[in-house]
Design a protein around this ligand. Structure first.
Ligand SMILES: Cc1ncc(COP(=O)(O)O)c(C=O)c1O
Length: 421
């Protein structure tokens, strides 16, 4: 029997013949469910987006670091970044060697820098102070620098990472000082990277920033410019979160073709033979993940109807943290059509801000329903916490052939106590 609201996942055969309800029953909720087929499709789309020699996709693993997910990305030919020793650890667990990992650092301590150098990683530094630290620890080594192109974009101020108000990157005015530090420590400038922010649906800002980066590098002293092997334009590619409103996709192909034109022109003008990278996180994994939760209590408080679930912001923080929109599916036997009504969907955390969706027009949600939070594969589990001492959920991967693989077990109380002394 069909579900109350499931046409999106039905159409793309997300569950590969399983029902969301049976997965919830088998593994419990909350539960992150991933589709290998969707993940591979996104990887392939990205790998094919930019028809220029040397093009590559460097997956920004902060979006989702489960090694089983990373291994699929590796098989599809993506490389990865790491921005902490923990991310590096996960990259290595998934089988990425040092030549496939860019260490994109921010405000790291000498020990972390030493460890990245000892592992022969390419490190990108984003301040003069960290360039000085790198040079003092690894004189004569290879390094990348992160540049601020002066424009930023993103779905929230919290994720705009370039422009006037940002802690990230080196301003172009300070490049002279950066070059002097390269000289002082005999460093080779292996590459240049940037990242303007997270989640844009129109390509203009990204393309403009790519043009700024290329123009900036073109103006570098010839000796430095000729050392460069990596030009990394960053990520930020948005996905349509409003699935049931038919939100349009970012035109990745048009973006890629425009980017390819700029890269090709740069290649022709400078004789560059290195790599051109994009660095998406969200676009790779967001749509491959759905978070299943259970509706525990429905009530009316004042004017509002609340559907209380076990998906608190400890499990998915994006709505509470950024006001982000996620669409829902409702899995329950459709015995009759349920009326549409405004409902506020909440979690089980002891804070009023624990809201997944405010006054959303949805078919009536009832206790015992399984709720599917769509597009939860990016910045979902990766940002989960144990706040209120709630246990972090399990993760299941549905393989392309329909087999289920538990890729992370649900936490236990012993996990909560594991680091206590
Ligand atoms: C340096 C860098 N690259 C790439 C990304 C990926 O961003 P997104 O997931 O929006 O593609 C981030 C996200 O913060 C980042 O900081």
């Amino acid at each position: 029997m069909s579900d109350i609201r499931s046409s999106y996942t039905d159409d793309i055969n997300f569950y590969r013949g399983w029902s969301a309800r049976s997965l919830a029953e088998r593994y419990g909720t909350p539960l992150y469910v991933y589709s290998e087929a969707v993940l591979r499709a996104r990887c392939r789309e990205l790998m094919a987006m930019c028809p220029v020699e040397g093009f590559g996709v460097n997956y920004s693993v902060k979006a989702n670091t489960n090694p089983a997910i990373l291994a699929v990305c590796r098989e599809e030919g993506l490389t990865v970044d790491a921005m902490s020793p923990g991310e590096l650890y996960m990259d290595e667990l998934a089988g990425f060697g040092p030549d496939k990992i860019l260490y994109i650092s921010n405000n790291i301590d000498p020990e972390e820098m030493r460890s990245a150098i000892a592992r022969h990683l390419t490190v990108s530094v984003d301040s003069l102070a960290q360039l000085e630290l790198y040079g003092s620890l690894n004189p004569g080594g290879d390094v990348m620098i992160r540049i601020n192109p002066g424009i930023g974009e993103g779905h929230s101020d919290k994720v705009i990472t370039a422009g006037k108000e940002t802690k990230f990157a080196i301003s172009p005015e300070l490049l002279g000082e950066a070059f002097a530090l390269l000289e002082k420590h005999g460093l080779r400038l292996r590459g240049v990277n940037q990242h303007i922010g997270s989640l844009f649906m129109q390509p203009d800002g990204y393309l403009k920033a790519a043009g700024i980066l290329l123009a900036c590098v073109k103006a570098f002293p010839r000796k430095l410019r000729d050392q460069i092997e990596i030009l990394d334009f960053g990520g930020g590619f948005g996905i349509p979160y409003r699935k049931y409103d038919g939100e349009a996709r970012l035109d990745l192909k048009a973006l890629g073709e425009d980017l390819a034109r700029q890269c090709e022109a740069y290649r022709q003008e400078t004789g560059y033979r290195g790599r051109f990278l994009v660095e998406p996180g969200r676009y790779v994994v967001a749509e491959s993940g759905i978070l299943l939760g259970r509706v525990e209590a429905v009530k009316n408080n004042g004017e509002n109807r609340y559907a209380g679930t076990n998906v608190g912001f400890s499990v998915l923080v994006r709505p509470a943290m950024y006001g982000s929109y996620h669409d829902f599916e409702i899995y329950a036997e459709r015995q009759e059509d349920r009326p549409l009504m405004e409902q506020t969907v909440t979690g089980n955390i002891c804070e009023s801000g624990d809201v997944l969706a405010k006054k959303r027009l949805l078919p009536e949600i009832k206790e015992g329903d399984i709720l599917g939070v769509l597009d939860a594969g990016a910045y979902g589990y990766a940002m989960a916490s144990t706040y209120n001492q709630r246990l972090r959920p399990a993760e299941v991967l549905i393989r392309e052939d329909g087999t289920l693989q538990l890729i992370r077990r649900r936490e236990t109380f012993e996990d909560l106590a594991a680091a206590l002394c």
